[in-house]
Design a protein. Structure first.
Length: 117
């Protein structure tokens, strides 16, 4: 199973920005897709953004225009750049990867993002 190491969460005021990073133990080229999900207290885990191996992306409607998912092949890292953060973005954010060879799904340990004044 792929190990995913996340970083970049924290506390930010409304309107602020944060960038999350996710580095897989294997090559990102071997992943069918990588993405970010989030789970707020009392709510189900939901997709935030995903990037497919070919480079296409998709986003939850609630983050379109504010969040950007990208990958740096040289650093073997996927990023989630978050701007114009709102209190409702507060959640634990999880990196997700699907293996291109086995189709298995891996999850990171989660990183807390708190947006509050």
């Amino acid at each position: 199973q792929v190990q995913l190491v996340e970083s970049g969460g924290g506390f930010v005021q409304p309107g602020g920005s944060l960038r999350l990073s996710c580095a897989p133990s294997g090559s990102i080229f071997s992943m069918r897709s990588m993405g970010w999900y989030r789970q707020a207290p009392g709510k189900q885990r939901e997709l935030v953004a995903k990037i497919i191996r070919g480079g296409s992306t998709n986003y939850a409607d609630s983050v379109k225009g504010r969040f950007t998912i990208s990958r740096d092949n040289a650093k073997n890292t996927v990023y989630l750049q978050m701007h114009s953060l709102k209190p409702e973005d507060t959640a634990v954010y999880y990196c997700n990867a699907q293996s291109g060879s086995t189709g298995s799904i891996s999850w990171g340990q989660g990183t807390q993002v708190t947006v509050s004044s």
